[in-house]
Design a protein around this ligand. Structure first.
Ligand SMILES: [Zn+2]
Length: 348
């Protein structure tokens, strides 16, 4: 297996573009190259004719490592079907970006990448969003077991700048009733399995029982799970679909009772908000879903080193963690789809 990245490997090894290609090949194929089109392992490396570099049609020198498949007779590179496919940004810069994004708790802003990697802001912005898309739990199986579900409201600056209709924000709750005020904040629903540290966040249009049920039913096997929530009435409407449902009453100052708690969700949300405010200085609602992917990934990988997290991210980014079948059935487009708010806005 490829070694986890460290700042030293990133600085030395990935200053060499060929080494970056070989590193990604090792991570994705683990010594057994495979045709990304037909799945055949009967493939061979097409060495450049003269030197280490290949000359493209336009006469440029290219580091692209090309393989040929005896099964489908086509050429391919390790980048096919990955978030790196078709990129003009050097692969070594992608790996550095992934390392920088994975180090620390708060991630990295596009502006920092622009400066650290010596690339344009446009390239940096594109890279961070592609990398976030790769962090989404695509094709994952449904969660089950103990499940904490909770919502938070994110953003809202600058307030109603474009005259959009305002959403509702929970001001306070007492006796299970919520008081709303008009706001530009965007609701995010997160489900966490506290035993496996898997977190999945979804940008939602509202926090009604109907909306929450729709999102959760897609991601959680409810009949095989024990639900923990706060006193929100939204969960009561589909309470009977779970193996069990227990809640703590925050408005009465109750945070933990007999092992029932939503504290992990509160912790997740406060880290997410610190990162959004501190590193990214606010996130627009249309990009919030991708930031949420990053926080989900970060949460599930928080107990390992920066280098291990970076390698896990590369594995995710270049498809090593998804099967060939998933690649051909969903295609690279699936990795690039924009997360959209789930559910429909209710009547005004
Ligand atoms: Zn093939």
């Amino acid at each position: 297996m490829a070694q986890p990245m460290s700042l030293a490997t990133v600085a030395s090894k990935f200053s060499n573009e060929s080494a970056a290609w070989e590193y990604v090949e090792e991570l994705r194929w683990n010594g057994t190259p495979e045709c990304p089109r037909c799945g055949s392992q009967d493939v061979f490396y097409m060495a450049p004719r003269t030197d280490e570099l290949r000359t493209t049609r336009t006469g440029m020198k290219s580091f692209r490592r090309v393989w040929r498949c005896r099964g489908c007779k086509k050429q391919f590179s390790v980048l096919i079907g990955t978030i790196f496919e078709g990129t003009k940004i050097p692969l070594s810069k992608w790996l550095m970006a992934i390392y920088l994004m994975s180090a620390g708790k708060n991630g990295v802003a596009a502006l920092e990448l622009q400066r650290d990697l010596g690339i344009t802001y446009k390239s940096a912005w594109f890279m961070v969003h592609r990398i976030r898309e790769a962090m989404a739990n695509i094709g994952s199986t449904k969660m089950f077991g103990t499940i904490i579900a909770d919502e938070t409201w994110v953003g809202g600056k600058p307030a109603n700048k474009h005259g959009r209709s305002k959403k509702s924000e929970i001001l306070s709750s007492s006796e299970g009733k919520r008081v709303y005020k008009k706001t530009d904040k965007t609701p995010v629903l997160t489900v966490i399995n506290p035993d496996t540290d898997v977190a999945r966040s979804t940008v939602v249009v509202d926090t009604t029982g109907k909306t929450l049920r729709k999102v959760i039913a897609d991601q959680v096997d409810m009949a095989a799970s024990d639900l923990m929530t706060d006193e929100s009435t939204s969960y009561k409407s589909f309470s009977s679909e779970w193996a069990s449902h227990q809640s703590v009453n925050h408005s009465r100052g109750e945070y933990v009772r007999d092992g029932v708690s939503t504290n992990k969700a509160e912790g997740f949300f406060s880290q997410m908000k610190r990162s959004i405010d501190g590193t990214h200085h606010g996130v627009s609602p249309e990009h919030l879903g991708r930031y949420a992917n990053e926080f989900d990934f970060r949460y599930g990988h928080r107990k390992i080193s920066d280098g291990e997290r970076a390698s896990a991210m590369v594995a995710r980014a270049e498809g090593a963690s998804i099967s060939y079948r998933m690649l051909i059935s969903r295609g690279p487009v699936a990795m690039g789809t924009r997360p959209r708010p789930v559910g429909r806005p209710g009547p005004r």
